[in-house]
Design a protein around this ligand. Structure first.
Ligand code: SAH
Length: 230
């Protein structure tokens, strides 16, 4: 089986590379892809760089060039849901693009013709994630992740995204990955550990918690692999 694990930033994949230690590096499309074998799984790890375009490009490459049959995303996000605190895990059950706006033509936010507002994550991978959480005695919440090419650090903007998409968390890549995987029929799972509350102090919190939250997310993805490989 071939599995891709991606993040957006180097900090998000560093705990994975440190865990696996031995890998080969392949350069392609001005990016680096790390390939390795773990038990019976061929794994390719990459970070896309920030934003939906980079995320969509990397997801496409992981699938088309590296043959990924499942894609797992590990990273950090801003909390919208008040019950999510720094370090908490959230698994996307669906994702939308909060900055996609042709509403002047009568369409809802996040919608363009022949597409949809929300893309759903793979149910089997979500189940595996919850089995993993139970086994590790960790709390894993499912929710809606809203993605856009903006770092959100305002209560007002965050409230708008919450109201419009019923979102639990916000970040800058998930929906890009989800749309690519959906179009190419590849099961995907998007996990985020909270790094900030997308409020006025989000910039400070993000810098302080990027590393620790990235590790929480990456460790969970590694634990999930044990169950995917069985
Ligand atoms: N400090 C970085 C930029 C980080 S952008 C630099 O200078 O290069 C924020 C990253 O973390 C994105 O990849 C996004 O997916 C995620 N993220 C975390 N909190 C977020 C928030 N409040 N709003 C949007 N994205 C957030």
């Amino acid at each position: 089986m071939k599995i891709a694990i991606m993040g957006a930033m180097i900090e998000e994949i560093t705990p994975l590379l440190e865990r696996f230690k031995e890998y080969e590096t392949v350069e392609f499309a001005k990016n680096k892809f790390y390939t390795l074998k773990y038990k019976s799984i061929d794994i390719t790890i990459a970070y896309s760089k920030i934003g939906k375009v980079n995320a969509a490009l990397t997801a496409s490459i992981l699938i088309n060039r590296f043959g990924a049959q499942k894609l797992l995303f590990s990273g950090v996000a801003g909390a919208v849901d008040e019950t999510l605190h720094i370090g908490d895990l959230i698994a996307a059950d669906s994702l939308a693009q909060h900055d996609l706006d042709i509403t002047v033509f009568g369409h809802p936010y996040g919608f363009v013709p022949e597409s949809k507002v929300f893309i759903k994550s793979d149910e089997k991978l979500l189940e595996i994630a919850h089995e993993t959480a139970r086994a590790l005695n960790l709390t894993l919440k499912n929710g809606i992740i809203a993605t856009g090419d903006q770092f959100i650090n305002s209560r007002e903007k965050k409230e708008w995204i919450k109201k419009t998409f019923n979102a639990n968390a916000i970040e800058m890549e998930g929906a890009g990955v989800a749309f690519v995987c959906d179009a190419l029929n590849v099961p995907f799972f998007i996990l985020r550990a909270i790094s900030d509350a997308a409020d006025a102090k989000a910039g400070f919190d993000f810098d302080e918690f990027l590393q620790s939250s990235s590790k929480i997310s990456a460790d969970f993805i590694i634990a999930m692999l044990e169950r995917i490989s069985i």
